[in-house]
Write a protein that binds this ligand. Structure first.
Ligand code: GLU
Length: 324
C-alpha cells in the first residue's frame, strides 16, 4: 500500500535534511525492515491473516436513475455524450480511495460515493473512469475539465469555494496525528515543537500546522503514503492529516503505527465540482440526500471505511449553499 506512492515521480520534501535513525541497534533495524517487507508484500506478522480491505462482492449495487436529464449542467451534458463520468480520486488511502496495483481497480468509501453519484445522475457506475489526483492538484483538475467531479477526502472551505463548487458534505473528519507505535512523546499537536511532521502539499492539515504550530518542522510530499514510508523509516516523527485517513494506515499496520490524541479540526468532506456548474452541485446534493435516506450511504460506509473499526456515524447536514 505504501509502495505505490514511494515511486511517485513528483514527490518533494521541504525542510531540513533527513535525520539519522534514532534506534540503531541491529534488532531495531531488523524490526523496521521486517515491518516494511510486510507492508510491501501486503502481509501482517508471520502467521497472521492479511488485513481485509473492501471486498468487491460485498459492495452495494446502486440503482441507475432512468430517464435522468440535467440539461443545465455543461459537465453532465459532456459526460452523457461520452457515456461516462471521469472522476478524480485518491489511490493510496486505505478504506477511502485505494487502487489495486495488480488490477488497477479502485476501492473505498470515496469510490462508493463516486459510484452512487454516477448512478443517481443516470450513468452506470461501472463506466466511471477514475483518475488519481493529488491534494494540491484538485482545483486545477476541476478548473481545466480534466475531471467531472472529485471525491477524495476533500475538505469544504471558503478559500477553495472561490475556485470550485462543493456538494455535501457527506462525511465529517478531523485532523489527527499518526506516530510509530513506540513513540511516547507525541500526544497531540502541542507536542510537535522541534518534531518533523509530514503532510500532503496543498492540504488543510499542512496549512494548519504551518499557521498554528510554527515550531513543528514541516515536511511535505504529494501523498500521505510517502509520509507514512518516511515515518516507518524514522525520517519523520509524525504524519498529520484527517483521522479517517490515518486510521486506515494504522489499521493496516497495527504493530507499527498508532493514531494519537483527539481530532483538532473539522474537515467536512465534499464532492468537488466545476465552480460555475451549480446545476451539477444541486443534483449531487439531492443525490446524496436520497442515498442517505435509502440506506445506500450506510451500506457503502459499512462495506469500506467501517472495516477500519469505526461504526457508521450520522452523516453531516448537507449545505446547499445558494447559486454563485
Ligand atoms: N481533508 C483534507 C484536505 O482536503 C486533508 C486530506 C487530503 O489532503 O485530501 O486538504
Amino acid at each position: 500500500m505504501f509502495r505505490t506512492a514511494r515511486t511517485s515521480r513528483t514527490s518533494r520534501a521541504t525542510g531540513a535534511p533527513p535525520r539519522r535513525p534514532r534506534r540503531t541497534t541491529l534488532t531495531a533495524l531488523c524490526a523496521v525492515l521486517l515491518a516494511l517487507l510486510a507492508l510491501v508484500t501486503g502481509c501482517g506478522k508471520p502467521g497472521s491473516p492479511p488485513t481485509k480491505g473492501p471486498a468487491a462482492d460485498r459492495l452495494p449495487e446502486y440503482a441507475v436513475a432512468r430517464n435522468f436529464s440535467l440539461p443545465d449542467s455543461p459537465t453532465w451534458r459532456r459526460a452523457k455524450k461520452r457515456g461516462h463520468f471521469t472522476v478524480g480520486v485518491k489511490e493510496d488511502q486505505p478504506y477511502l480511495g485505494e487502487r489495486d496495483p495488480a488490477t488497477g481497480a479502485y476501492a473505498g468509501f470515496d469510490i462508493e460515493i463516486a459510484r452512487m453519484m454516477s448512478a443517481s445522475l443516470g450513468l452506470p457506475p461501472e463506466r466511471i473512469r477514475f483518475r488519481t489526483i493529488a491534494s494540491a492538484n484538485r482545483e486545477t483538475a476541476l478548473q481545466n475539465g480534466q475531471i467531472d467531479y472529485y471525491v477524495g477526502t476533500y475538505t469544504i472551505n471558503d478559500n477553495r469555494k472561490k475556485l470550485v463548487g462543493f456538494a455535501g458534505p457527506y462525511y465529517m473528519a478531523g485532523q489527527s496525528l499518526l506516530v510509530r507505535a513506540d513513540e511516547n512523546d507525541i500526544h497531540g499537536p502541542q507536542d510537535l515543537a522541534g518534531k518533523r511532521v509530514c503532510s500532503a502539499a496543498g492540504s488543510t492539515p499542512y496549512q494548519r500546522i504551518k499557521d498554528d504550530y510554527p515550531k513543528a518542522v514541516l515536511v511535505s510530499y504529494d501523498t500521505y503514503s510517502v509520509c507514512v514510508d518516511n515515518l516507518l523509516t524514522y525520517q519523520v516523527d509524525a504524519v498529520t492529516t484527517d483521522d479517517a485517513i490515518l486510521i486506515g494506515y494504522a489499521a493496516k499496520a497495527p504493530d507499527d503505527l498508532k493514531v494519537v490524541g483527539r481530532p483538532f479540526s473539522q474537515e467536512p468532506y465534499g464532492i468537488g465540482v466545476p465552480r460555475d456548474d451549480d446545476a451539477l452541485r444541486f443534483a449531487l446534493d439531492d443525490a446524496l440526500a436520497a442515498r442517505e435516506k435509502n440506506g445506500d450511504w450506510k451500506r457503502a460506509y459499512e462495506a469500506t471505511l467501517g472495516l477500519s473499526g469505526v461504526p457508521a456515524p450520522t452523516p453531516p447536514a448537507i449545505d446547499r449553499y445558494p447559486a454563485t
